[in-house]
Design a protein around this ligand. Structure first.
Ligand code: F6P
Length: 340
């Protein structure tokens, strides 16, 4: 019997640390591990290979995922469990370690229910929007990348007396915007969890500029409703996944019109997902991977590994990915003390 491991959905820094953790722990116990290429796509198409301890040497600090990933979903692009069953049987996979976001973890939970394959989930996404865990893998690195960008954008904004609008990812949540905005000292942080009063925002920024600080950094989460009240999307991708983005331009145009200040926009985009993970995400990925392997070795199923209060614990998978986890009100309140 083998333990299968796959990464599904959007990539994030720390995936390789988690894969390495699973393989190192499971192979040390004498288990066979197989890696599934390109997420659910590889399980449907049988793109699978054995993974040994040697295969995961030297990958800890690497961004991306050595297994590749995709947004393919066997329930949307296939026949559900029937489309993954042949590969599961051929490779003798008893447990699947699924390193995924909310959508991939929900799919995993459904496959467990429909076909009985054992599932151990690892929550990963830069968005930090999965329930029942303090952090998701990749969030810390994305926040650090955004903070570094804000630090740089602040000096050029100050040099030119500009309002610098920084659009960040996060889908329907403001985790990245709030954490990075607070840590980067932004003058305003716009998150989807709070309605934005654009007239009030403009007057706060005007006031700040009148009283001696004639530059501002405004962090905008991609899922925020723009000045016209709607979410900005760039349509859907080939898998029907809505592509958010572009609200930063609208916010900047609105602020420029209301205040008359010179305004610029930086959309950080995929920079937030690429490159080497921080030490925190390497450690978190490794701990989640090792624990996931241990649970798989014990024959557990329907669980997700979670970071809770400094410990790695097993929580109920179906419950954890039932709903998107919105930004903590505590973070929103902290952010509120520093606006303009
Ligand atoms: O879920 C992670 C995420 O990076 C979101 O923040 C972003 O909206 C989305 O993925 C982009 O996904 P894609 O890679 O499909 O363009």
């Amino acid at each position: 019997m083998a333990i299968g491991v796959l990464t599904a959905g959007g990539d994030c820094p720390g995936l390789n640390a988690a894969i390495r953790g699973v393989v190192a722990r499971a192979t040390d116990a004498g288990a066979d591990v197989v890696g599934i290429e390109s997420g659910w796509d590889g399980l449907m198409g049988g793109e699978i290979r054995a993974l040994t301890r040697d295969d995961v040497r030297g990958i800890l600090a690497m961004g991306g995922t050595i297994l590749g990933t995709s947004r393919t979903d066997p329930y949307l692009q296939g026949e559900g469990y029937a489309s993954v069953a042949p590969a599961i049987q051929e490779w003798n996979i008893e447990t699947l370690v699924v390193i995924g976001g909310d959508g991939s973890l929900r799919t995993a939970s459904r496959l467990e229910r429909d076909g009985g394959v054992k599932i151990v989930g690892i929550p990963k996404t830069i968005d930090n929007d999965i329930g029942d865990t303090d952090y998701t893998l990749g969030f810390h690195t994305a926040v650090q990348i955004v903070v570094d960008a804000i630090d740089r954008l602040t000096t050029t904004a100050e040099a030119h007396n500009r309002v610098m609008v920084v659009e960040v990812m996060g889908r329907t949540t403001g985790w990245i915007a709030a954490a990075a905005g607070i840590a980067g000292g932004a003058e305003a942080i716009l998150v989807p969890e709070r309605d934005v009063d654009y007239a009030e925002l403009a007057s706060r920024i005007e006031k700040r500029h009148r009283t001696g600080h004639d530059y501002s950094v405004v962090v905008v989460a991609e899922g925020v409703a723009g000045p016209e009240g709607d979410t900005t999307t760039r349509g859907s991708d080939a898998f029907g996944y809505e592509m958010l983005g572009g609200v930063g331009d609208k916010v900047a145009a609105d602020l420029a019109e209301r205040t008359g200040f010179e305004t610029r926009v930086t959309t950080l985009g995929y920079l937030q997902r690429g490159g080497t993970p921080t030490a925190f995400d390497r450690l978190l990925g490794t701990r989640l991977g090792v624990k996931a392997a241990e649970l798989a070795l014990e024959g557990r199923t329907g669980v997700m590994m979670a970071a809770k209060g400094g410990e790695i614990r097993a929580v109920d998978l179906a419950r954890a990915c039932e709903e998107i986890r919105d930004l903590d009100t505590e973070l929103i309140e902290v952010a509120g003390w520093f606006v303009a």
